[in-house]
Design a protein around this ligand. Sequence first.
Ligand code: FO1
Length: 311
Amino acid sequence: VRVTLLSGGVGGARFATGIVDAVGAGALTVVGNVGDDLEVLGLHVSPDLDSLLYTLAGVGDSERGWGRGKETWNALETVEELGGEAWFRLGDRDIGLHLVRTEALRRGSPLSEVTARLAAAFGLETALLPATDDRLRTWLDTPAGALPFQDWFVRRGHRDPVNRVRYEGADSARPAPGVLEGLREADLLLIAPSNPFVSIGPILAVPEIRQALSERNVPCVAVSPLIGGQAVKGPAAEMLARLTGGTSAAQVTSCYLGLIDVLVFDEADADDADGVAALGVRPLVTRTLMSDRDTTRRLAEAALEAATVTQ
Ligand code: FO1
């Protein structure tokens, strides 16, 4: 089977490893979020693509979920000593990658081309694609004003309540090369257990991507990032509550209406099944906590199985 996965960073990257374990690395195409990309210290950082790249290549820091394992922080310490911007923590090894990417982008290479080059250098067999090569940035409207994604998320610790999420540049963004093919030629489509607003939202905000998904003729299965109405990590629950009025699996479903056939969600939320079904989406209740390689693979298999049954 050929599988195309829409994914954010940390949780999505872990889920991607489960898909790789289940179907093989070569069968998977991952479309990654670029809405939280940023320029910091003159470097172009693509946090979600990098979480996917490092995790799939087996060189990521499994505890943090982002950045590289066996990391050192000498460059950042120097930045700090010199009074530079050190709030966004870039490790030495990570910086090496950002140097190569930033240079290639400045020479005019599109992000998809640079990403493919980096992925090949890390020996990745999975196709890793940015949703778009165009500039797309997530902004959060909060009582403290409009904040760029990483200012809100990292610098301010996502403490500001979000009134609205905006995807700057999305309206005119075109899917990166390979994305539409990935969506049209896959046997099944998956949406990772990532934040619907700030991880998957920016991908779906690219008009041709949303259109391809709504016109799919293969099943699309989303995995909820919530367990017992709570996020395993990050602000998904608070955002869902404020922007949709609750944190049930039905509210997660409402983020993907018309785009998915099945929602996989946790046993702790089994009572939400009727609410999901009422929206015309098939509920699939299972254990969704990805605590180790085994549970991650089992969740991936449950999602793949759900798609097969739907077909
Ligand atoms: N997340 C943090 O919470 N603090 C950081 O300092 C931080 C640095 C960082 C550097 C490189 C990278 O690839 C990711 C990094 N992240 C950091 C994670 C990232 O901001 C978020 O997890 C994603 O953008 C959300 O999907």
